[in-house]
Design a protein around this ligand. Structure first.
Ligand SMILES: Cc1ncc(COP(=O)(O)O)c(C=O)c1O
Length: 308
């Protein structure tokens, strides 16, 4: 397998329709090959922006309110005025989905940056013309990893830092911290990075949240140093509602290596089984019984939410 063919947590089946999608750029729907932002854009220059990944199921955006809570909280924390209400964002998503004929199996990247700068420097007050809002919506069916082999993780030197450096809860345009971690994992022959927290406890991966299963219990990190993932929260919710013991706690690689099952969570792939951590096999390398049960409960929750 060449480097380009390695699996990632975001592998989707190739869909030729995506070559001709329309992209929402500041209120206009533009063909993909003409959808551009300024080289002076704060997002391009500095990674100064926030984004959300959402999935469309049966004409409804799953957990839309949770995604909006996170986006509005993040933008508020960095004084980025989105310039749109939640209802206006919902209308923009609907308009983009309709223009692309999408009702299900679509993934959206909603991006908001501080907008075009007057001059190519850092100061936020140089961004005066208002935000840049882009919606990329693609036909997207994640490759089903519940049947085949899971993802290979490698623990990397890059950590998710303390919240007073750059809070891991910011879904910021700059993902350099995550990209560095992913490069380190690739160099170690893995698909995705397992990142520790500043104290050395197991934390998250470069693009997803991380769970292990030990003796029937589901463990994930305290949540202090990772993305407050919507899928993470929903997994904890379905475990609690169905008497599956679940704990947000500190644990180390010692316990991760001895896990019976491990899986990643994210809006794109829902729950993705882990096959290897630092070369050590987890279970038989495919989704174990607890991961499967959680996946089924999560699917039920998505169906309930999107049929309301
Ligand atoms: C670093 C990181 N962790 C976890 C997640 C998963 O979050 P969610 O479940 O809300 O998609 C994301 C998604 O944006 C992410 O970027």
């Amino acid at each position: 397998m060449t480097d380009k063919e390695r699996p990632t947590a975001h592998d989707a089946e190739d869909d030729p329709r995506n070559r001709n999608i329309k992209i929402f750029v500041n209120g206009r729907l533009v063909p993909r090959d003409q959808a551009v932002v300024s080289v002076y854009d704060s997002g391009f220059m500095l990674g100064d922006g926030m984004w959300e990944g959402l999935r469309l199921y049966d004409g409804r955006w799953a957990f839309f309110d949770d995604h909006m809570d996170r986006l509005f909280d993040s933008c508020r924390a960095v004084s980025l005025d989105i310039g749109m209400s939640r209802e206006e964002i919902a209308a923009a998503l609907a308009m983009t989905a309709e223009a692309n004929g999408m009702t299900s199996d679509a993934h959206c990247r909603l991006m908001v940056t501080r907008g075009v700068k007057m001059r190519p420097f850092q100061h936020p007050t140089l961004s005066r013309s208002g935000p840049t809002v882009v919606i990329i919506m693609e036909h997207s069916k994640p490759v089903d990893r519940m049947e085949g082999a899971g993802i290979r993780l490698a623990t990397v030197p890059q950590v998710r830092g303390l919240p007073h450096a750059q809070d891991a809860k910011f879904n910021s345009h700059s993902k350099l911290n995550c990209v560095i971690a992913c490069l380190q994992a690739e160099a170690a022959g893995a698909d995705e990075a397992l990142m520790l927290d500043p104290h050395g406890f197991v934390n998250t991966t470069n693009s997803c949240n991380f769970f292990i299963v030990r003796r029937g219990e589901v463990w994930t990190s305290t949540g202090d140093y990772c993305m407050n993932g919507v899928t993470r929260a929903k997994v904890i919710e379905v475990c609690r509602a169905n008497a599956i013991p679940v704990f947000e706690k500190n644990y180390s690689l010692y316990e991760a290596y001895g896990a019976e099952e491990a899986f990643l969570t994210g809006t794109f792939g829902a729950q993705t089984p882990v096959a290897l951590i630092d070369g050590k096999a987890i279970g038989d390398g495919t989704a174990g019984p607890v991961t499967r049960r959680i996946r089924a409960l999560y699917e039920d929750l998505v169906s309930a939410e999107t049929s309301r």
